[in-house]
Write a protein that binds this ligand. Structure first.
Ligand SMILES: Nc1ncnc2c1ncn2[C@@H]1O[C@H](COP(=O)(O)OP(=O)(O)OP(=O)(O)O)[C@@H](O)[C@H]1O
Length: 234
């Protein structure tokens, strides 16, 4: 069995007085793509924010390549090789595409250089001098993914990367994730688009009321699809 990159155990956390995560247990193995499903409000984004350190109130254990993250400051977490692409994408509107790409510092060897990034995302090359504000939703999503690939992160965390995008762009993002999987990248994503998730994921977990309620292999999705669609309303 391949090595465990991320192991989350008994993770609790929330905002103010409201407890959102009630003991999340989760693991992601090296080279695996794990997709997280769940109803709106189940705690998926909060789990990703807890892993990346953006959620301040969290207890339990989050080990990345064996090292405990709880209690560590957020900048040291980024340096440990997590590339986080949040739902809101975080593109700097006043900067050009290329400036956005060059902004995050490299944290490890093995990142893509600008030439490789433009080969993977030719439309970003065409738009390299455009301001962040001028980009379509699909271009912003591609830029947000491209930006973390430069850093050398080998573990990507993506929050709903296809949300609100046209089918042709979703296909393109699927091509990119397939390419990254082939390069050995480990990926954790939250995704409600079943056909996209089935294309890229090796395994699924279902989050419900702040815990992981179920886990199954991608090959089992076909048999479970109808029940899950009814459960999740997608
Ligand atoms: N910044 C915040 N302050 C207070 N409560 C929050 C905050 N962000 C999320 N919540 C609450 O935490 C709960 C879980 O939200 P979360 O965003 O993790 O759910 P989700 O499973 O990602 O769903 P969605 O698909 O709607 O994003 C919800 O009840 C939400 O209202």
């Amino acid at each position: 069995m391949s090595k465990i990159v991320l192991k989350v155990e008994g993770l609790h956390g929330g905002y103010g007085d409201s407890e959102v995560l009630h003991g999340v247990d989760l693991e992601v193995r090296r080279g695996e793509t794990l997709s997280m499903l769940g109803l709106n409000g189940a705690g998926k984004t909060t789990t990703l924010r807890a892993i990346t350190g953006l959620l301040k109130r969290r207890t339990g254990s989050i080990r990345l390549n064996g090292a405990e993250l709880i209690g560590k400051p957020i900048h040291s977490i980024a340096r440990q090789g997590i590339g986080y692409v949040p739902e809101e994408r975080g593109i700097f509107a006043a900067l050009t595409v290329e400036e956005n790409l060059l902004l995050p510092p490299a944290i490890a060897v093995g990142g893509l250089d600008i030439k490789e990034i433009y080969q993977l995302f030719p439309n970003l090359k065409d738009r390299s001098r455009s301001a962040g504000t001028k980009l379509s939703g699909g271009e912003q999503q591609m830029l947000a993914i491209a930006r973390v690939l430069r850093t050398g992160a080998q573990f990507l965390i993506l929050d709903e990367p296809t949300e609100g995008l046209a089918p042709v762009i979703i296909d393109r993002i699927g091509d990119v994730l397939t390419y990254l999987k082939e390069r050995g990248m480990t990926i954790l994503l939250v995704e409600q688009n079943f056909s996209f998730a089935q294309r890229v994921a090796d395994r699924f977990v279902v989050m419900d009321h702040g815990v992981i309620a179920d886990t199954f292999l991608s090959s089992e999705l076909g048999d479970r699809k109808a029940a899950l669609q009814a459960q999740l309303g997608v």
